[in-house]
Design a protein around this ligand. Structure first.
Ligand code: HEM
Length: 437
């Protein structure tokens, strides 16, 4: 059978999806049914928001069927040895090594770091000061990665690593990443040369940290320390270069995502005063000496985070490139077609989430959603490795903010706009510190 129905023009479809991703996907689905075909400039896409089809897609354990798509532009920033670009057995083998440090129960080791990172991010604000939420939450997530993933521990090292990361990311202009033709440095000058210089400075810090960690992991429970000691099934270990690439992968995949989702959480909570009051009352009730685990287990707080990720999914779609011809939803698709679970449409399906526009943490209180109906972290054999890390961090950061600060939202309704790979609140959410508690 031919491809599913969809628009004809590659140019118009690409422009519409880039400009208003959620609205364009919803419109095409309404017009053409589900699954629907999207002729995009970067490849032919077959999208679906049918939970049963997504379930089937994610259930496949056949490593030869689905490949990676959408991360080619990260090559210059990360390198070649990254789980994001690996496929087949190589991808499986790499995930086996990377996943254990991120298991839920290991998160306990990072609780204090996440709370301290939140305090540090808001420390210099005085009552009455205005700020952009995303700038503060970016500091939280960056410090959490530099300490819990890279394992830097002295204030001097933490600051140096944060500065090197920000300088590298700042120099990594999107056009440099997306267009290899711009990756030239005539006479050693220009934006590409600047990026390479900043990137080499970050590398110097990372390699020195890897060397220190190889020399001794004593007293260390960060993710780098675990990666240095990890072994593949055949007994082999990761080279320094491999570890560098995966550290950069975790940074790129985990830094902005968590920061943006935390900014959405602050935005959503402060638009709903009763929800805010209830979350704060829950946090206050456990007392000042509650452990990080006790805070992270608070049910309403958890439901607020879950509902934020449903209502404002920061990653709206994921992709699986067919490595060989396959049948999907009755269509016989050729190799190269990209299957696309449309997370954002599933999360707005009124049959699953009645009144889907409404922000209502009750939906998740005491209820565990079915995995193919709730997919902020994707699913199947490429599901987000850092989901537990990110949820733990979000809960502790939110608990710390609610306990210690009273904030005020200065913005009205904000649309979601594309920021690198994520959908972020336009303008980053302007807020004011009303008082310290
Ligand atoms: C709110 C925060 C986050 C969200 C919403 C998020 C979401 C996602 C999604 C949707 C994917 C693709 C899954 C798929 O294709 O099925 C993904 C992959 C990934 N994420 Fe996250 N992520 C977050 C935070 C993190 C953090 C904190 C880390 C690590 C420190 C991380 C590491 C990764 C990695 C390594 C992958 C690639 C997995 C693979 O290709 O096998 N993420 N994430």
């Amino acid at each position: 059978m031919a491809l599913p129905p969809g628009p004809r023009s590659t140019l118009l479809t690409t422009i519409r999806v880039a400009r208003t991703p959620t609205e364009a996907l919803a419109r095409y689905r309404e017009r053409y049914g589900d699954p629907f075909f999207l002729p995009m400039a970067n490849g032919p896409i077959v999208a679906t928001a049918q939970p049963e089809l997504i379930k089937e897609l994610f259930a496949s354990r056949d490593a030869t069927l689905y490949g990676s798509f959408g991360f080619e532009s990260t090559r210059a920033l990360i390198g070649e040895h990254t789980v994001l670009l690996m496929e087949g057995d190589k991808h499986k083998r790499e995930r086996k090594l990377l996943t254990p440090p991120f298991h839920g129960e290991r998160m306990r080791a990072y609780g204090e770091v996440m709370i301290e990172a939140t305090r540090a991010a808001f420390a210099e604000l005085a009552a009455g000061d205005e700020f952009v939420a995303i700038e503060r939450t970016t500091r939280v997530s960056l410090e959490a990665i530099v300490r819990a993933v890279f394992g830097f521990s002295t204030r001097e090292d933490i600051t140096a690593a944060q500065e090197a990361v920000l300088a590298t990311l700042g120099a990594a202009k999107p056009y440099l990443l997306f267009s290899p033709k711009t990756q030239v440095a005539p006479f050693g000058l220009g934006p590409w040369a600047t990026f390479q210089k900043r990137s080499a400075e970050l590398d110097a810090l990372l390699y020195a940290q890897i060397e220190r960690t190889r020399a001794s992991c004593e007293g260390r429970d960060d993710i780098l320390a675990m990666l240095v000691q990890a072994r593949y099934d055949d007994g082999g270990e990761m080279s320094d270069r491999d570890i560098r690439d995966e550290l950069r992968t975790l940074l790129i995949a985990g830094h902005e995502t968590t920061a943006v989702s935390l900014a959405w959480t602050l935005y959503a909570l402060h638009r709903h005063p009763e929800t805010l009051a209830r979350a704060r009352a829950e946090v206050d009730a456990v007392g000042d000496d509650a452990s990080p685990e006790a805070l992270a287990r608070l049910p309403y707080l958890g439901a607020v985070i879950d509902e934020t990720l449903r209502r404002y999914p920061i990653i709206d779609v994921v992709f699986r490139r067919l490595l060989r011809p396959a049948t999907f939803a009755g269509y016989e698709l050729p190799a190269g077609v990209i299957l696309c679970p449309a997370i954002v449409l599933v999360h707005q399906d009124p049959n699953i989430y009645p009144d889907p526009e409404r922000f209502d943490p009750e939906r998740f209180l005491g209820k565990k959603p079915r995995p193919h109906e709730y997919l902020p972290f994707g699913g199947g054999n490429r599901r987000c490795i850092g989901a537990a890390f990110s949820l733990y961090e979000s809960r502790l950061a939110l608990a710390t903010v609610l306990r210690e600060l009273e904030l005020e939202l200065l913005d009205g309704e904000l649309p979601a706009v594309r920021k690198n790979i994520v959908l972020a609140p336009k303008g980053g959410v302007r807020m004011r510190l009303r008082a310290r508690r």
